[in-house]
Design a protein around this ligand. Structure first.
Ligand SMILES: Cc1cc2nc3c(=O)[nH]c(=O)nc-3n(C[C@H](O)[C@H](O)[C@H](O)COP(=O)(O)OP(=O)(O)OC[C@H]3O[C@@H](n4cnc5c(N)ncnc54)[C@H](O)[C@@H]3O)c2cc1C
Length: 589
């Protein structure tokens, strides 16, 4: 059943009117990335999502992947091979990769939009090329000339896919505990031995080869995370021989059942060092940063579908009469969208989805500017914002995307819980996004422990400077003062952190998650205030429908009603510090 239509009106409003994405075409490297080019690519991506990926989403969930223990092979659900071929032949794999090795060199911002549409319609499918994209980023930045020339053209073409092999049974968050070994060989390669678990796309039938990027330890390497190196380990070698990197089984899991989550056994597999010895974790962070934004987009994509489904349902489903008198007197009851409690749920979804899209695309724009802006100062400024916002986008969009879909399911009553509607699958699929690529708790620790301390606190200074510029143009006085208040509360929380966490790191651990949320709330406030301002400008009226624009203005009011008090509550939570959190002994729980 088809439920989803790509939200092109909102995407256009955010890209071309709010963010002025056209500015990218002024940079020599993106000279082709005009508004027309953006529109053409997004239209094609919408067709791919609606017509190719959406039809195999529910069937893929029901069928799942299958493992053949004899052959050690994995079969993806019906239709996935054909869909991947369409994706690969459409040139989507290397969309934003540098052209030097076969990428199309288009902006990351455009890739984020395409990712959103794919995640909205088939999250499991999106995982296969998604991991390849991370591998492309990593090898582009850290591979040697030979590795780039050998792997990148095939990965960009999509005939090979990539994986990220970090997790082992005894270590997920704490990668310092890994035990996979890399023994140097006389030919300059390494023999990789160990077991990795939960490896997305570790084995499947979609591509000719699979390129594993594996964290392992060299002999005599320092203990902990300082002694980890990175290796590239292909499934098939150049001469066609099978490398002994075999799938040992598939994980049985709550959602994304069409994505192969594999145990991978490396049995002396041939690998080659990427980057410097013992610098593997640093290199891997390249892949993880790109992947973290993509995972945030998964939360947004799923929430958009959940919103569309529950909104349409609420307009059709007839139950009870409106409290202010019958709205459809000729029908037996009114549609449930008349009920204030249902509206609360729908508005939660609308406010989250549209605000988060603006925040995520704005962050994607910073990613492009951080690489390609005209001056070193502009690049550094954009990089500060991108680095700071990466854990915020990953964490907030996946947490709230999940809760937004949950509100959608609730608004549909029993129908939402059944497999007749896609909400139950959306919730099961979306749950993992809060866990992988570093749990959301670890994202908050990354924000507090790394991002806020980098360059002596410069990232936060750049953030406040940028936000105050964006607020200065807001014409609605109340919106402006609301934004200023929410930013001031965030600053107060940072002041508290500085005062208490330097001498007691547990204080930082205790407040990390609410602090990340305060960053998200403040950024969303600035986005909503600017969207409301735009929607009221006469120049824009001709390009968008009246309902779309008045819907924006009214939703902005609801955003502030919901999130102003939340910001204050989060500040109170933070300034209460760790005491009640750390008070109980383990046996008192
Ligand atoms: C479907 C799926 C696909 C995956 N794909 C991949 C993949 O392709 N490649 C790969 O390498 N891995 C993959 N993973 C693994 C995933 O990245 C890990 O599950 C995740 O990083 C968390 O590690 P863990 O599960 O071992 O949890 P743990 O590290 O055991 O953490 C358990 C809990 O403790 C918390 N915690 C741990 N340490 C701290 C701390 N210092 N401070 C605060 N809280 C802490 C965590 O936030 C979490 O809530 C996948 C997992 C799943 C389920």
């Amino acid at each position: 059943m088809s439920h989803y239509k790509a939200p092109v009106e909102d995407i256009s409003f955010i890209l071309y009117d709010l963010l002025n994405a056209q500015q990218l075409a002024e940079l020599p490297v993106y000279a082709d990335a005009s508004e027309d080019m953006f529109r053409a690519v997004i239209d094609e991506a919408a067709k791919l999502a609606e017509q190719v990926l959406q039809p195999i989403n529910a069937s893929g969930d029901q069928e799942g992947c299958t493992f053949d223990p004899e052959q050690k092979t994995v079969t993806t659900p019906s239709g996935f091979i054909e869909a991947y071929k369409t994706y690969q032949e459409g040139g989507w794999s290397g969309l934003s990769s540098p052209p030097e090795f076969g990428g199309q060199g288009l902006p990351h911002l455009l890739k984020i939009v395409v990712d959103e549409l794919c995640c909205s319609t088939n999250l499991s499918f999106g995982m296969y090329p998604g991991l390849s994209h991370g591998a492309i980023d990593l090898l582009s930045q850290h591979g040697n000339a030979e590795q780039k020339a050998y792997y990148l053209p095939k990965l960009n073409e999509g005939v090979w896919t990539g994986t990220m092999c970090l997790t082992e049974p005894q270590c997920g968050t704490d990668l310092g505990l890994i035990t996979t070994k890399a023994e140097p060989q006389s030919d300059g390669s390494y023999a990789i031995t160990g077991t990795k678990i939960w490896i997305t796309g570790g084995e499947h039938d979609l591509s000719d080869n699979i390129v594993h990027l594996v964290l392992a330890k060299l002999p005599d390497s320092p203990a902990g995370s300082k002694g980890i190196s990175l290796f590239v380990v292909p499934k098939f070698m150049e001469d066609g021989d099978r490398n002994p990197a075999f799938c040992g089984g598939l994980e049985h899991k709550m959602g994304i059942k069409a994505s192969a989550t594999c145990v991978m056994n490396f049995e002396g597999a041939k690998g080659w060092l990427v980057g410097e010895p013992n610098q593997g974790l640093k290199c891997m962070f390249t892949m993880m940063n790109a992947a973290r934004i993509m995972v945030g987009i998964q939360g947004l994509g799923l929430a958009e579908t959940g919103y569309q489904v529950s909104l349409n349902f609420a307009k059709d489903r007839l139950q009870s009469r409106s409290l202010s008198g019958a709205k459809e007197p000729n029908a037996k009851a009114d549609p449930i969208i008349v009920h204030p409690d249902v509206r609360r749920m729908l508005l939660k979804q609308k406010v989250f989805t549209e605000g988060s899209r603006a925040m995520a695309y704005w962050t994607g724009l910073q990613q492009d500017l951080s690489h390609q802006a005209s001056t070193p100062e502009e690049k550094e400024r954009a990089d500060d914002l991108f680095q700071l916002m990466t854990p915020v986008v990953k964490s907030y969009l996946t947490d709230e995307g999940y809760f937004s879909s949950d509100a959608g399911l609730q608004s549909m009553g029993g129908a939402g819980f059944t497999q007749d509607w896609p909400l139950e699958q959306l919730l099961r699929d979306g749950r993992i996004a809060r866990i992988y690529e570093g749990t959301n708790g670890i994202q908050a620790m990354d924000l507090v422990g790394r991002k806020l301390t980098m360059k002596g606190g410069q990232l936060a200074r750049t953030y406040f400077d940028e936000m105050s510029k964006l607020v200065s143009g807001v014409s609605n006085d109340l919106h402006k003062s609301n934004c200023q208040a929410m930013l001031a509360q965030l600053q107060e929380a940072l002041g508290w952190l500085m005062k208490h966490a330097l001498s007691d790191p547990e204080q930082a651990g205790a407040i990390a998650s609410p602090l990340l949320r305060m960053f998200a709330n403040a950024t969303l406030a600035v986005m909503w205030a600017n969207m409301a301002k735009l929607a009221s400008e006469s120049a824009i009226q001709a390009r968008y429908s009246g309902d779309f624009l008045t819907g924006k203005t009214k939703a902005a009011e609801h955003f502030f009603r919901l999130h102003m008090p939340e910001q204050k509550a989060l500040l109170d939570d933070i300034t209460a510090g760790k005491d009640s959190i750390m008070a109980l002994a383990a046996n008192e729980f």
